[in-house]
Ligand binder design. Sequence first.
Ligand SMILES: [Zn+2]
Length: 452
Amino acid sequence: MIDLAVRGATVVGPRGRYRADLHVAGGTIVALGTLATQARTVVDAGGLLAIPGVVDSHVHFMDPGETEREDFITGSAAAAVGGATTVVEHTHAAPVRTAAELRTKTDHLARRSLVDFALAAHVWPGEVPRLGELWAAGPAYLKIFTCETHGVPAVPAGHLLRAFRDVARWDGIMLVHCEDDAITRDRADALRAAGRTDGGVIPEWRAREAEAVAVDEVTALARLTGARVVIAHTSHAPIVDVIAAARGAGARVWTESCPQYFYLEEREVLEYGPFRKFTPPARIRNAEDADAMWRRLAAGAITHVSTDHAPATRTQKQTGDIWACPFGLPGVETTLSLMLTAAASGRVTLERVVDVLCEQPARLYGFYPRKGTLAPGADADITLIDPGRRRRLADRDVVSKAAWTPYAGREVIGVPVMTFVRGRLVARDGRPAGEPGWGRWLPGAGGQEVPS
Ligand SMILES: [Zn+2]
């Protein structure tokens, strides 16, 4: 018996689009095409696009840790509303540094997620010798900071080299936040000494040079050790090009970026202050800077897109001065629509949007072909999109605890209207559906049983 039939949609994948009915049984896609079999539930998706659910590989749901900012129940509901069916989460305030801490967190989240989830672990300077044991426990990736940020210590070059050699040995994968610690410290000292507390502090403190120096170091270590490395939230085109050159020279490096580096401008921080405090900060100064990012996304130099959802409420953002307020933006529920809008205006193809949001992250972190594709045998993670629907983004529609969006007032074209995780409806028309607890933990490659 078929549990669910989605009829009449145009299925979009990285390599093209075609009309097909999707048939689901036991949470899995069992057939594409026309089937005569009866289905328990039939969804008429005529006029809609069906894509594999978004695999948002970089979110912070703060649970446990800072649940007054977000928790897994609200964060995963926001993800479902935004068309994401899998998230990869890590929280700086309660880092997972050991195998035991990973197990404690997966237990804690057993009934708190609406969508499927994987977890990342933090590489902590004192824990570098035990990384192999941590990897085998099943984090999706190991997160490294090259600079002190959000209270997470910098991993200095000596420890980086040791970690990279280790990760290369067991073919793990790391996500590295690249800003040079010495430069950001020096900039902070100078700006504080000058008594600066205006929004302009952010791009001067988190300078382009700091990002460039760290990316040079990290890509060099990747090339020298053979470790697989994702450069997190790549903020502007010259950095994309440095990473592409390293890839050309044999480094196993990937380039993650986020909507804020395509849509938000550097000068906005002067007006909006804490509501544009994230790092690396927005770098766009003119239309050509934005075009340069879109061209690199279309051409493949930017390999995938995540959200870096790191919400804080308006009150939390306005507590203390620009130095003290939290970094980060909400975004898990707006990323897909913002990328669809770029497809509607011809900046990228719909196929490329599906590639960078769904298939590439699933492949990178070991979830493909269970996730990231609509094919027989895959989990029935299906996002239905109304490609022509226009919506003006507004704070009042935000499901995240943040309750605001930096994109308020912008019109998007292309809206997720239904989201299914393993065949179950988890969101419809901007509202979550079903109970948290449906989402399951996905072990990363190091923790997956290798079939013999
Ligand atoms: Zn992040």
